[in-house]
Design a protein around this ligand. Structure first.
Ligand code: SF4
Length: 342
Protein backbone atom coordinates (compact mmCIF):
# COMPACT_ATOMS: atom_id res chain seq x y z
CA UNK A 1 0.00 0.00 0.00
CA UNK A 2 1.17 3.52 -0.79
CA UNK A 3 2.63 4.96 2.41
CA UNK A 4 1.03 8.33 1.60
CA UNK A 5 -2.50 6.86 1.65
CA UNK A 6 -2.13 4.39 4.55
CA UNK A 7 -4.17 5.24 7.65
CA UNK A 8 -2.19 5.00 10.90
CA UNK A 9 -2.97 1.80 12.82
CA UNK A 10 -5.49 2.63 15.57
CA UNK A 11 -4.32 1.56 18.98
CA UNK A 12 -6.62 -1.02 20.51
CA UNK A 13 -8.91 0.61 23.02
CA UNK A 14 -9.48 -1.28 26.20
CA UNK A 15 -10.66 -0.86 29.76
CA UNK A 16 -8.95 -2.39 32.79
CA UNK A 17 -11.49 -2.82 35.57
CA UNK A 18 -10.08 -3.17 39.07
CA UNK A 19 -11.28 -5.88 41.43
CA UNK A 20 -11.87 -5.47 44.26
CA UNK A 21 -13.49 -2.06 43.98
CA UNK A 22 -16.57 -0.34 45.43
CA UNK A 23 -18.52 -1.25 48.55
CA UNK A 24 -16.62 -2.60 51.54
CA UNK A 25 -18.22 -4.53 54.39
CA UNK A 26 -18.47 -1.43 56.63
CA UNK A 27 -20.26 0.65 54.00
CA UNK A 28 -22.59 -2.17 53.01
CA UNK A 29 -23.58 -2.62 56.64
CA UNK A 30 -24.13 1.11 57.22
CA UNK A 31 -26.29 1.59 54.12
CA UNK A 32 -28.40 -1.50 54.91
CA UNK A 33 -28.71 -0.25 58.50
CA UNK A 34 -30.34 3.01 57.32
CA UNK A 35 -32.69 1.11 54.99
CA UNK A 36 -33.69 -1.37 57.71
CA UNK A 37 -34.16 1.43 60.24
CA UNK A 38 -36.50 3.22 57.83
CA UNK A 39 -38.51 0.00 57.40
CA UNK A 40 -38.55 -0.74 61.11
CA UNK A 41 -39.26 2.69 62.62
CA UNK A 42 -40.59 4.64 59.61
CA UNK A 43 -39.31 7.99 58.32
CA UNK A 44 -37.67 10.18 59.32
CA UNK A 45 -34.55 8.47 60.59
CA UNK A 46 -31.91 11.06 61.41
CA UNK A 47 -28.31 10.28 60.46
CA UNK A 48 -25.48 12.30 61.96
CA UNK A 49 -23.07 13.15 59.15
CA UNK A 50 -23.23 11.48 55.73
CA UNK A 51 -23.68 7.78 56.50
CA UNK A 52 -20.86 7.11 54.00
CA UNK A 53 -19.02 9.67 51.86
CA UNK A 54 -20.93 9.22 48.63
CA UNK A 55 -23.27 11.74 47.05
CA UNK A 56 -25.44 9.18 45.24
CA UNK A 57 -25.90 6.99 48.34
CA UNK A 58 -26.82 9.98 50.49
CA UNK A 59 -29.32 11.33 47.94
CA UNK A 60 -30.91 7.90 47.46
CA UNK A 61 -31.38 7.45 51.23
CA UNK A 62 -32.74 11.00 51.55
CA UNK A 63 -35.44 10.12 49.03
CA UNK A 64 -36.39 7.15 51.22
CA UNK A 65 -36.76 9.33 54.32
CA UNK A 66 -33.32 9.62 55.93
CA UNK A 67 -32.47 13.11 57.20
CA UNK A 68 -28.77 13.93 57.36
CA UNK A 69 -27.59 16.40 59.99
CA UNK A 70 -24.15 17.57 61.06
CA UNK A 71 -24.84 18.09 64.77
CA UNK A 72 -26.76 16.12 67.37
CA UNK A 73 -28.66 19.25 68.49
CA UNK A 74 -30.32 19.37 65.04
CA UNK A 75 -32.15 16.13 65.86
CA UNK A 76 -35.57 16.68 67.52
CA UNK A 77 -35.71 15.34 71.08
CA UNK A 78 -36.98 11.77 71.36
CA UNK A 79 -36.08 10.90 67.71
CA UNK A 80 -33.88 8.13 66.39
CA UNK A 81 -30.38 9.08 65.28
CA UNK A 82 -27.86 6.88 63.54
CA UNK A 83 -24.12 7.50 63.74
CA UNK A 84 -22.24 7.15 60.47
CA UNK A 85 -19.66 4.49 59.50
CA UNK A 86 -16.83 6.95 60.33
CA UNK A 87 -17.52 6.77 64.06
CA UNK A 88 -18.10 9.46 66.67
CA UNK A 89 -16.36 10.68 69.81
CA UNK A 90 -17.79 9.59 73.20
CA UNK A 91 -19.04 13.16 73.76
CA UNK A 92 -21.49 12.68 70.86
CA UNK A 93 -23.03 9.64 72.61
CA UNK A 94 -23.36 11.79 75.74
CA UNK A 95 -25.04 14.64 73.82
CA UNK A 96 -27.50 12.18 72.26
CA UNK A 97 -28.34 10.66 75.66
CA UNK A 98 -28.89 14.16 77.12
CA UNK A 99 -31.43 14.89 74.36
CA UNK A 100 -33.23 11.59 74.95
CA UNK A 101 -32.37 10.30 71.47
CA UNK A 102 -32.50 6.62 70.60
CA UNK A 103 -29.18 5.87 68.91
CA UNK A 104 -28.04 3.31 66.38
CA UNK A 105 -24.30 3.15 66.00
CA UNK A 106 -23.27 2.24 62.44
CA UNK A 107 -19.57 2.88 63.10
CA UNK A 108 -17.56 0.38 61.06
CA UNK A 109 -16.19 -2.32 63.39
CA UNK A 110 -12.72 -1.64 61.95
CA UNK A 111 -12.98 1.98 63.08
CA UNK A 112 -14.21 0.83 66.50
CA UNK A 113 -11.07 -1.32 66.70
CA UNK A 114 -8.91 1.84 66.35
CA UNK A 115 -11.04 3.60 69.01
CA UNK A 116 -10.39 0.68 71.40
CA UNK A 117 -6.66 0.83 70.73
CA UNK A 118 -6.69 4.58 71.50
CA UNK A 119 -8.51 3.97 74.80
CA UNK A 120 -6.15 1.15 75.76
CA UNK A 121 -2.93 3.07 75.03
CA UNK A 122 -4.29 6.17 76.76
CA UNK A 123 -5.04 4.08 79.87
CA UNK A 124 -1.43 2.86 79.77
CA UNK A 125 -0.43 6.55 79.60
CA UNK A 126 1.15 6.42 76.14
CA UNK A 127 1.37 9.45 73.87
CA UNK A 128 -0.54 8.42 70.74
CA UNK A 129 0.48 9.77 67.34
CA UNK A 130 -2.60 9.45 65.15
CA UNK A 131 -1.67 9.53 61.47
CA UNK A 132 -4.62 10.95 59.55
CA UNK A 133 -6.16 13.89 57.77
CA UNK A 134 -7.12 16.88 59.86
CA UNK A 135 -10.85 17.54 59.93
CA UNK A 136 -11.83 14.08 58.67
CA UNK A 137 -14.83 12.74 60.56
CA UNK A 138 -13.07 9.51 61.51
CA UNK A 139 -10.05 11.36 62.93
CA UNK A 140 -12.33 13.63 64.99
CA UNK A 141 -14.09 10.56 66.41
CA UNK A 142 -10.90 8.66 67.26
CA UNK A 143 -9.22 11.75 68.77
CA UNK A 144 -12.27 12.25 70.98
CA UNK A 145 -11.57 8.93 72.73
CA UNK A 146 -8.46 10.32 74.41
CA UNK A 147 -7.95 13.97 73.49
CA UNK A 148 -5.21 14.57 76.07
CA UNK A 149 -3.13 11.68 74.76
CA UNK A 150 -3.57 12.02 70.98
CA UNK A 151 -1.56 14.20 68.59
CA UNK A 152 -2.59 14.26 64.95
CA UNK A 153 0.18 13.78 62.37
CA UNK A 154 -1.03 14.70 58.89
CA UNK A 155 1.75 13.35 56.65
CA UNK A 156 5.53 12.77 56.82
CA UNK A 157 6.41 16.48 56.71
CA UNK A 158 4.68 17.02 60.08
CA UNK A 159 6.75 14.34 61.86
CA UNK A 160 9.66 16.67 62.64
CA UNK A 161 7.45 19.06 64.65
CA UNK A 162 5.85 16.41 66.86
CA UNK A 163 6.63 16.63 70.58
CA UNK A 164 5.85 13.95 73.17
CA UNK A 165 6.16 13.75 76.95
CA UNK A 166 8.27 10.58 77.04
CA UNK A 167 9.93 9.28 73.82
CA UNK A 168 10.09 5.78 75.31
CA UNK A 169 6.30 5.63 75.64
CA UNK A 170 4.84 6.55 72.30
CA UNK A 171 2.69 4.59 69.84
CA UNK A 172 1.28 5.36 66.39
CA UNK A 173 -2.24 4.60 65.18
CA UNK A 174 -3.87 5.65 61.92
CA UNK A 175 -7.03 6.53 60.10
CA UNK A 176 -8.40 3.46 58.27
CA UNK A 177 -8.50 4.97 54.78
CA UNK A 178 -5.01 6.33 54.16
CA UNK A 179 -2.47 5.60 51.46
CA UNK A 180 -0.48 2.61 52.73
CA UNK A 181 2.78 3.88 51.21
CA UNK A 182 2.43 7.43 52.49
CA UNK A 183 1.54 6.17 55.98
CA UNK A 184 4.65 4.01 56.08
CA UNK A 185 6.67 7.07 55.02
CA UNK A 186 5.17 9.00 57.95
CA UNK A 187 5.90 6.10 60.31
CA UNK A 188 9.51 6.05 59.01
CA UNK A 189 9.89 9.77 59.72
CA UNK A 190 8.39 9.36 63.20
CA UNK A 191 10.67 6.40 63.94
CA UNK A 192 13.70 8.51 63.09
CA UNK A 193 12.60 11.00 65.71
CA UNK A 194 11.33 8.42 68.24
CA UNK A 195 13.31 5.16 67.77
CA UNK A 196 11.20 3.44 70.45
CA UNK A 197 7.93 4.22 68.66
CA UNK A 198 5.53 1.31 69.14
CA UNK A 199 3.37 0.02 66.27
CA UNK A 200 -0.29 -1.00 66.68
CA UNK A 201 -0.87 -4.74 67.13
CA UNK A 202 -2.49 -5.01 63.67
CA UNK A 203 -3.01 -2.78 60.64
CA UNK A 204 -5.28 0.20 61.20
CA UNK A 205 -5.56 0.86 57.45
CA UNK A 206 -8.42 -1.49 56.71
CA UNK A 207 -8.44 -4.48 54.36
CA UNK A 208 -10.75 -2.69 51.88
CA UNK A 209 -8.52 0.38 51.57
CA UNK A 210 -5.44 -1.82 51.13
CA UNK A 211 -7.06 -4.14 48.59
CA UNK A 212 -8.37 -1.27 46.44
CA UNK A 213 -4.94 0.35 46.44
CA UNK A 214 -3.19 -2.88 45.43
CA UNK A 215 -5.62 -3.35 42.52
CA UNK A 216 -5.28 0.24 41.31
CA UNK A 217 -1.48 -0.01 41.54
CA UNK A 218 -1.44 -3.00 39.20
CA UNK A 219 -3.97 -1.47 36.84
CA UNK A 220 -2.49 2.05 36.96
CA UNK A 221 0.88 0.78 35.77
CA UNK A 222 -0.69 -0.16 32.42
CA UNK A 223 -3.27 2.61 32.05
CA UNK A 224 -2.95 5.93 30.22
CA UNK A 225 -5.95 7.31 32.11
CA UNK A 226 -7.50 6.11 35.36
CA UNK A 227 -11.06 7.03 36.29
CA UNK A 228 -11.86 6.63 39.98
CA UNK A 229 -15.55 6.74 40.80
CA UNK A 230 -16.04 8.39 44.18
CA UNK A 231 -16.99 11.61 45.93
CA UNK A 232 -14.58 14.44 46.66
CA UNK A 233 -15.01 14.06 50.43
CA UNK A 234 -14.20 10.33 50.29
CA UNK A 235 -10.72 9.83 51.71
CA UNK A 236 -10.17 6.34 50.32
CA UNK A 237 -11.36 7.41 46.83
CA UNK A 238 -8.96 10.37 46.76
CA UNK A 239 -6.12 8.05 47.77
CA UNK A 240 -6.92 5.82 44.77
CA UNK A 241 -6.28 8.76 42.41
CA UNK A 242 -2.91 9.40 44.07
CA UNK A 243 -1.92 5.72 44.00
CA UNK A 244 -2.87 5.44 40.29
CA UNK A 245 -0.62 8.39 39.43
CA UNK A 246 2.24 7.00 41.53
CA UNK A 247 1.83 3.65 39.76
CA UNK A 248 2.45 5.32 36.39
CA UNK A 249 -0.94 6.34 34.98
CA UNK A 250 -0.55 9.45 32.81
CA UNK A 251 -3.64 11.04 34.31
CA UNK A 252 -6.21 10.07 36.92
CA UNK A 253 -9.52 11.73 37.77
CA UNK A 254 -12.16 11.38 40.45
CA UNK A 255 -15.80 11.54 39.29
CA UNK A 256 -19.11 11.00 41.02
CA UNK A 257 -20.93 10.19 37.77
CA UNK A 258 -20.11 9.33 34.15
CA UNK A 259 -21.54 12.71 33.15
CA UNK A 260 -18.53 14.40 34.83
CA UNK A 261 -16.02 12.74 32.50
CA UNK A 262 -14.47 15.18 30.06
CA UNK A 263 -14.18 13.93 26.45
CA UNK A 264 -10.75 15.57 26.22
CA UNK A 265 -9.37 13.11 28.81
CA UNK A 266 -9.55 10.41 26.12
CA UNK A 267 -7.22 12.16 23.68
CA UNK A 268 -4.34 9.80 22.81
CA UNK A 269 -5.60 7.25 25.33
CA UNK A 270 -5.65 3.54 24.50
CA UNK A 271 -6.05 2.00 27.97
CA UNK A 272 -8.45 3.34 30.59
CA UNK A 273 -8.34 1.98 34.12
CA UNK A 274 -11.57 2.10 36.11
CA UNK A 275 -12.06 1.62 39.83
CA UNK A 276 -14.22 2.98 42.65
CA UNK A 277 -13.92 3.91 46.30
CA UNK A 278 -15.23 1.82 49.18
CA UNK A 279 -18.44 3.87 49.45
CA UNK A 280 -19.46 3.60 45.78
CA UNK A 281 -22.28 1.36 44.55
CA UNK A 282 -21.43 -0.54 41.35
CA UNK A 283 -24.30 1.04 39.42
CA UNK A 284 -22.13 4.18 39.14
CA UNK A 285 -19.21 2.17 37.73
CA UNK A 286 -21.58 0.58 35.22
CA UNK A 287 -22.51 4.10 34.08
CA UNK A 288 -18.83 4.88 33.45
CA UNK A 289 -18.30 1.62 31.55
CA UNK A 290 -21.30 2.39 29.37
CA UNK A 291 -20.00 5.90 28.67
CA UNK A 292 -16.63 4.46 27.66
CA UNK A 293 -18.19 1.75 25.54
CA UNK A 294 -20.11 4.38 23.55
CA UNK A 295 -16.70 5.87 22.71
CA UNK A 296 -15.12 2.66 21.48
CA UNK A 297 -13.80 1.32 24.79
CA UNK A 298 -15.84 -1.88 24.70
CA UNK A 299 -13.16 -4.38 25.59
CA UNK A 300 -13.23 -4.75 29.42
CA UNK A 301 -10.56 -6.78 31.18
CA UNK A 302 -10.81 -7.43 34.94
CA UNK A 303 -7.64 -6.89 36.96
CA UNK A 304 -8.24 -9.01 40.03
CA UNK A 305 -5.78 -8.85 42.89
CA UNK A 306 -7.84 -10.17 45.85
CA UNK A 307 -11.05 -11.94 46.85
CA UNK A 308 -13.15 -10.34 49.57
CA UNK A 309 -15.64 -12.23 51.68
CA UNK A 310 -15.81 -10.12 54.87
CA UNK A 311 -19.28 -9.16 56.11
CA UNK A 312 -20.38 -7.42 59.31
CA UNK A 313 -23.63 -7.95 61.18
CA UNK A 314 -26.02 -5.01 61.58
CA UNK A 315 -25.62 -2.60 64.53
CA UNK A 316 -26.70 -4.29 67.76
CA UNK A 317 -29.54 -1.84 68.57
CA UNK A 318 -31.14 -2.57 65.21
CA UNK A 319 -30.66 -6.33 65.50
CA UNK A 320 -32.34 -6.22 68.93
CA UNK A 321 -35.40 -4.38 67.59
CA UNK A 322 -35.66 -6.49 64.44
CA UNK A 323 -35.48 -9.64 66.57
CA UNK A 324 -38.11 -8.35 68.99
CA UNK A 325 -40.47 -7.63 66.12
CA UNK A 326 -39.88 -11.04 64.53
CA UNK A 327 -40.56 -12.72 67.91
CA UNK A 328 -43.77 -10.74 68.31
CA UNK A 329 -44.95 -11.73 64.82
CA UNK A 330 -44.22 -15.37 65.58
CA UNK A 331 -46.12 -15.18 68.88
CA UNK A 332 -49.11 -13.60 67.11
CA UNK A 333 -49.02 -16.30 64.44
CA UNK A 334 -49.01 -18.98 67.15
CA UNK A 335 -51.99 -17.39 68.95
CA UNK A 336 -54.06 -16.92 65.79
CA UNK A 337 -55.01 -20.60 65.13
CA UNK A 338 -55.92 -21.02 68.82
CA UNK A 339 -58.21 -17.95 68.67
CA UNK A 340 -59.77 -19.11 65.38
CA UNK A 341 -60.59 -22.59 66.71
CA UNK A 342 -62.09 -21.18 69.97
FE1 SF4 B 1 -14.75 0.03 57.40
FE2 SF4 B 1 -12.63 0.17 55.80
FE3 SF4 B 1 -15.03 0.34 54.80
FE4 SF4 B 1 -14.09 2.35 56.28
S1 SF4 B 1 -13.32 1.67 54.29
S2 SF4 B 1 -16.14 1.47 56.37
S3 SF4 B 1 -12.90 1.17 57.78
S4 SF4 B 1 -14.16 -1.47 55.85
Amino acid sequence: MDAMTATPARRVRRVLLAAPRGYCAGVDRAVIAVEKALEQYGAPVYVRHEIVHNKYVVQTLEKKGAVFVERTDEVPEGSIVMFSAHGVAPVVHEEAAARGLATIDATCPLVTKVHREAVRYAKEDFDILLIGHEGHEEVIGTSGEAPEHITLVDGPEEAAQVEVRDPSKVVWLSQTTLSVDETMETVGALKEKFPQLLSPPSDDICYATQNRQIAVKQMGAEADLVIVVGSRNSSNSKRLVEVALQAGARTAHLVDYASEIDESWLEGVATVGVTSGASVPDVLVEGVLEWLSERGFEDVEIVKTAEESITFSLPKELRRDLRAEADQRQAEARERPAAESA
